[in-house]
Design a protein. Structure first.
Length: 151
């Protein structure tokens, strides 16, 4: 039975060894395409041994979940005043909480404000995100902090 657009979907975390083979093969096709090991979907499905229709049926239904031991990647948007020490104060908060910074993107100042996107890894300590949000919001020169969830 088809679900209506407004109906909420449920998600589950399932170990790889209990998944049907078709899902594992779909993930392999996605990996081959992402790494550009094969030139097309046709080549990838032939190499893995599933039909194109099976790939297209399940490709949006499964994705890899980062190991909980490694910690998931998360991104924060930090809007701050354009001052000499604002960036270093924010980065200091990340370092103090033990988050490993993966990337930083900073906009040029507009109307005296700078937007920073900081992608970080928590090392499996998800409970620190709320603490990190609080600490950043209390940091001098920070105007707004927003968590942008990632998988």
């Amino acid at each position: 039975m088809a679900r209506s657009k407004k109906e909420e979907l449920n998600y589950y975390i399932v170990r790889e060894d209990v998944l049907p083979d078709v899902f594992i093969k779909v993930m392999e096709v996605k990996r081959l395409l992402d790494l550009k090991i094969v030139p097309s979907v046709n080549a990838a499905v032939r190499r893995v041994g599933i039909s194109r229709s099976a790939y297209y049926k399940y490709r949006n239904s499964i994705r890899a979940l980062k190991s909980l031991d490694d910690g998931a990647l998360s991104t924060m948007l930090v809007v701050m005043e354009s001052s000499l020490h604002a960036v270093s104060l924010c980065l200091g908060v990340f370092l103090d909480t033990g988050a490993r910074i993966v990337s930083i993107q900073q906009s040029p100042p507009v109307d005296g404000l700078v937007n920073m996107l900081i992608t970080y890894q928590t090392g499996g300590r998800f409970e620190y995100e709320e603490h990190l949000l609080y600490r950043l919001s209390e940091t001098r020169s920070v105007v707004r902090v927003e968590s942008l969830r990632q998988t």
